[in-house]
Design a protein around this ligand. Structure first.
Ligand SMILES: [Zn+2]
Length: 353
């Protein structure tokens, strides 16, 4: 790897973690849209292969990219106008009642002018801003409410259907699962390449909490962010990069011992299953029923299967060592071909020893 690739890898981590104002500023252009953005732009995370990095926005413009209308990469220190600040405050006071016509008449402007000015300076419409505030409020309420109904009533929703409609727009998880999903946490994460595809690793201050393998690092990072929807993500430091290389090593040689703490989150039953998985020796397999017997739940083969499927720590919790009774591979969250590959690697390792 040369310095240039290192720099771009570093910039990609910053970009994917949605960090604003990084220590070493840069711009990124998206080939497919022809637009240049600054880090922290709220637009969709682009596919890494479509991203071109520039030291500054002017260079990107010279290369033919247009500045993004959402993150305004050109005007660094431009503050929103007094009018726009007033509209923001008004919406923040009561996002449920934020209505373009009302706001415009209160402030003495036409709705069209207000909409255009607001969008130019903030990057989104007043309506989107109000909706974003309502969604933020839902997240806050879900953090300390006992039920979804409490949460949505506190968030000012008239009906639960309105709540679910808006919720679905920014989440693929059912509302209940957000209450514990990384609230107030800071997770470090990184993307790496392995011979089994893209690796996404994340850790809390307690240890590794996410390892995924796949073909699309972009989709994998989004899945991670959805899973820990309330967490903040930050790019890796030197120490974390060493963890990432250990995990990469584990993927390449899945029988190796991992000397990194795991931050395992799940129900009592799931943790029991995962603990049992970690005791299956490298190179051997077990079927669902045998594992259910082992943890003293002979009727629980199906529950064991769903606990295996809920594992979010690929390879570190070796759910790839679970197969059907007839020896066929059954499913694998990260692709059944990868499962076959991991098992073959373990066999190879065993013979080498
Ligand atoms: Zn942008």
């Amino acid at each position: 790897m040369n310095d240039h690739q290192d720099l771009n890898a570093y910039r990609w981590q910053i970009l994917a973690s949605r960090t604003r104002n990084p220590q070493y500023p840069f711009c990124y252009a998206v080939v497919t849209t022809g637009i240049v953005c600054r880090p922290g732009c709220p637009s969709r995370l682009p596919n890494p292969e479509n991203v071109r990095f520039f030291d500054n926005c002017q260079d990107a413009l010279k290369a033919g990219y247009r500045p993004c209308k959402r993150c305004h990469p050109l005007d660094d220190n431009k503050e929103p106008s007094e009018l726009v600040v007033r509209v923001c405050r008004q919406i923040e006071r009561d996002p449920d009642q934020a209505n373009l016509n009302t706001l415009a008449s209160v402030l003495g402007y036409t709705p069209a002018h207000l909409q255009k000015t607001f969008r130019q300076q903030i990057g989104i419409t007043p309506f989107d801003y109000a909706r974003a505030l309502r969604q933020q409020r839902i997240y806050r309420e879900l953090g300390h409410s006992r039920s979804n109904t409490d949460a949505l009533l506190q968030a000012g929703y008239q009906s639960s259907s309105q709540f679910y409609t808006e919720f679905k727009q920014f989440s693929s998880l059912p509302p209940g699962s957000h209450r514990q999903s990384g609230k107030g946490e800071i997770l470090t994460f990184a993307v790496a390449d392995t011979t089994l595809g893209a690796l996404v690793v994340a850790a809390s201050d307690k240890g590794l909490c996410w390892i995924s393998l796949g073909d699309d690092p972009h989709a994998q990072v989004e899945e991670l962010q959805r899973h820990f929807a309330r967490a903040e993500f930050c790019p890796p430091d030197e120490a974390f990069n060493q963890w990432v290389s250990q995990v990469t090593g584990l993927v390449e040689a899945p029988g190796e011992r991992l000397s990194i703490p795991l931050d395992i989150r799940g129900t009592v039953f799931q943790r029991q299953v995962w603990e049992a998985l970690r005791k299956i020796p490298m190179g051997s397999t077990m079927d669902y029923q045998a594992l259910a017997d082992k943890i003293g739940k002979p009727g629980g083969a199906r529950a064991v299967a769903s606990a295996c499927a809920a594992n979010v720590l690929a390879v570190a919790i070796p759910c790839h060592r679970i197969v059907r009774r007839d020896g066929s591979l059954s499913g694998y969250r990260w692709g059944v071909e990868r499962k076959a590959d991991l098992l073959a690697r373990e066999k190879g390792q065993g013979m080498g020893n």
